[in-house]
Write a protein that binds this ligand. Structure first.
Ligand code: KG4
Ligand code: ZN
Length: 340
């Protein structure tokens, strides 16, 4: 299938053309960071206004770069949720209009399913089912058992902040600009990860859930303390990053022990983190589990991953009606009976 993907769930205005859920013919993304940076986080109203201004041009650009016309497509895939309602609504309205005008099927995609299928894009070596997915982004942190497209189960999730949110908030405390994850990653390279003993959230008996709010609070109190005021920012960044990575890897290892997995994927914006990628890869090599991490451009929000997820739904013959509406709280697990 040749699909156009559209992604506007947060602050990236993105469109892509993907063949067979694997081969990316074009991947266009207009980042809005400059508009939100001075507010220290995403302003939903600004995000949706920018989507209105940018989306049509992003779609035209994606079709042009791929060298295809609307009529050549087999369908239009769009993120229907979860995300910011005003942002989602712009993408969904545009996708419905294109589907109506072209007569092509419309595929509603869960943004998180997109992250899970990102490792299949332009991959020389595709993940094999069943696999374990560690999905870490600005809005979500969860471990997922993936049997196949539309057959996925959450094994554990954050009880409070997402890992990316913890990175962004701690970066702000360190006076770093938004988004803070890449800034901490960069700064941490020059720091000592053992300099500050930040707490690691321990797993409660039998649970694979995690928590990052205690860590963030601990960073806040440390930075306000006399030791914290004298501390080297790079050391704080490296120590904080090490604590997040330890918690994520602890839950990943526990999940893997239970499922006897042969394959694991790391995805979502925080998958771009160099320390997490290293720890994930080293764990895979040591435990004989084949690990897959998408290239940076497919880790952070993009529209190619939306087309990749839709392609797999398409195989299960699940096109959506033009009455589709955005759902900011779209549940992760597909309704019973939806799977092929
Ligand atoms: O997946 P994504 O682009 O958007 C959501 O769906 O949330 O993830 C964005 C998040 C932000 O919190 C950002 O700070 C974080 O991913 N991030 C990183 C890195 N690159 C992006 N966090 C840590 N290290 C990075 N290198
Ligand atoms: Zn995302």
């Amino acid at each position: 299938m040749l699909l156009l993907g559209i992604e506007t769930s947060c602050d990236d205005t993105a469109a892509a053309v993907v063949r067979d859920g694997r081969h990316v013919l074009s991947n266009v993304s207009t980042n809005q960071d400059a508009f939100h940076a001075k507010f220290g986080g995403i302003v939903p109203e600004i995000a949706s206004r920018r989507h209105v201004e940018l989306l049509s041009a992003a779609i035209e650009d994606a079709l042009d770069r791929a060298g295809v016309a609307l009529g050549d497509l087999d369908g239009i895939a769009v993120t229907a949720g979860p995300g910011l309602v005003g942002s989602l609504a712009i993408g969904v309205a545009e996708a419905k209009a294109l589907a109506y005008a072209s007569g092509k099927p419309l595929y509603a995609v869960n943004h998180l399913h997109g992250h899970i299928f990102a490792p299949f894009l332009d991959a020389a070596d595709e993940p094999e089912y069943p696999f374990l997915a560690l999905l870490v982004s600005g809005g979500h942190s969860q471990l997922v058992h993936v049997d196949g497209p539309l057959r996925m189960r959450i094994l554990g999730r954050t009880l409070d902040d997402a890992a990316g949110e913890a990175f962004d908030k701690t970066a702000r405390l360190l006076g770093l600009p938004y988004p803070g994850g890449p800034q901490i990653d960069r700064l941490a390279r020059e720091g000592d990860a053992t300099a500050v003993a930040f707490p690691r959230n321990r797993a409660t008996r039998g649970s694979l859930d995690m928590s990052f709010s205690g860590l963030k609070t601990s960073a806040k109190y440390f930075l306000a303390s006399p030791d914290g005021r004298d501390a080297v920012a790079a050391d704080v960044a490296a120590s904080f990053q090490a604590a997040v990575v330890d918690v994520l890897m602890d839950r990943t290892k526990r999940a893997a022990q239970r499922g006897a997995y042969r394959t694991a994927v790391l995805s979502g914006g925080v998958a771009a983190n160099s320390a997490l990628q290293r720890a994930f890869g080293e764990w895979g090599a040591a435990s004989g589990i084949r690990t897959h991490v998408p290239p940076l451009r497919y880790c952070t929000d993009n529209a190619a991953m939306i087309a990749a997820a839709a392609d797999r739904q398409g195989e299960a013959a699940r096109a959506d009606a033009l009455t589709l509406t955005a759902n900011p709280n779209l549940p992760f697990e597909p309704a019973a009976g939806a799977a092929a």
